[in-house]
Design a protein around this ligand. Structure first.
Ligand SMILES: [Zn+2]
Length: 334
């Protein structure tokens, strides 16, 4: 019996096994929460992986992914795809225009689980107002926005059990942004715009920081191994990951009633909600490059990056890995 080993060109193992185990655990919670259809889909997720072998590397070419919103396996695939798409978009922006990149974090006060859905609705509406303000429109050429929610589980905190929704936004501004008074927005400006858009009676916490090119957006010297690319571009990875982590929903590795309740809160709050979106120049380029909408039901979670189709088709060796329930690992049958 041979266990699946899928490594990147840099020798790093792709964690199929870890994701599948985590996916089963989350499915157990869906089942315990009586969300049976989703649980059933998740138990089927990535049970069979068909790869074509090229030289030493495996390329996935067939698999079933359940696409349940909080499936760790599917979130992992989405994250890779978002990172790849963003890399493409950022490269194209840099080619066309002289820009600077900023990271913006917009937060609101923590809320209880029963207020989460309403808070997310308000934040989405507030974002549209925010992005429409004359001064914001003037300075922001394009953006990628991701909605993240974490849960506070610090037992000694007064916020224990509360939810913390926030936006991470990658923004491109004109290269003269820091020099021109009519373009530059101070941190207090961003804060007051967000406060106004959210109609808050307190000052929300807002972070804005310049992205140093070498941190994240140095897109030269690209090799075709996407994992390595995004690992090297930590800042880009940070924002490109699929925004809700299963570890924020399910704590530990056993089904607990608190985890089930948290999962149901997330499920309800996020139904029919988009976690990511593009605007301005980044939206135009995303469309122009024909990149897939990662949140779409039809989105392809098998193929992550552009690849030479002929190369894949012509490779002879097929490797099929099956999830083995007893071994809790993928096993290869040749
Ligand atoms: Zn899945």
């Amino acid at each position: 019996m041979v266990r699946l080993q899928d490594t990147t060109k840099n020798g790093k193992e792709r964690d199929w096994k870890g994701k599948k185990k985590r996916s089963i655990l989350v499915a157990d919670h869906y089942e315990a929460g009586n969300l049976l259809k989703k649980a059933e889909r998740m138990y089927e997720c990535a049970n069979v992986l068909r790869f074509k072998q090229q030289d030493e590397t495996l390329k996935l070419y067939q698999a079933y992914f359940c696409k349940v919103r909080f499936c760790p396996m599917c979130s992992w695939r989405r994250s890779l795809k978002i990172a790849f798409n963003n890399k493409k978009v950022v490269e194209a922006v840099n080619e066309r225009k002289k820009v600077q990149w900023l990271f913006l974090t917009l937060t609101v006060r923590n809320c209880d689980g029963n207020e989460l859905k309403l808070t997310l609705d308000n934040m989405t509406k507030a974002w549209n107002r925010f992005a429409g303000y004359t001064k914001v429109k003037k300075s922001v050429l394009g953006y990628f926005r991701a909605l993240e929610v974490t849960k506070n589980r610090k037992v000694d905190s007064e916020w224990n059990g509360s939810y913390h929704p926030h936006f991470h936004v990658l923004i491109c501004v004109p290269s003269s942004y820091f020099k021109k008074k009519d373009l530059y927005l101070k941190q207090s400006d961003w804060t007051s715009f967000w406060k106004k858009a959210m109609k808050l009676d307190y000052d929300p916490i807002v972070h804005v920081q310049k992205v140093k090119p070498k941190d994240s957006l140095d897109l030269e010297n690209i090799e075709d191994d996407i994992r390595r690319q995004i690992e090297e571009q930590k800042a880009l990875l940070e924002i490109s990951k699929y925004p809700v982590k299963d570890t924020d929903i399910i704590q530990g590795d056993e089904v607990t009633s608190e985890n089930v309740a948290t999962l149901k809160t997330f499920e309800e709050a996020f139904s029919y909600k988009r976690l990511i979106s593009y605007g301005g120049l980044m939206k135009e380029i995303h469309k122009e490059l024909n990149l897939q909408d990662v949140e779409d039901e039809e989105s392809d979670l098998i193929k992550i990056e552009d690849e030479n189709k002929d190369e894949v088709a012509n490779s002879i060796t097929e490797v099929v890995a099956y999830w083995n329930i007893g071994l809790r690992d993928y096993v290869i049958k040749k």
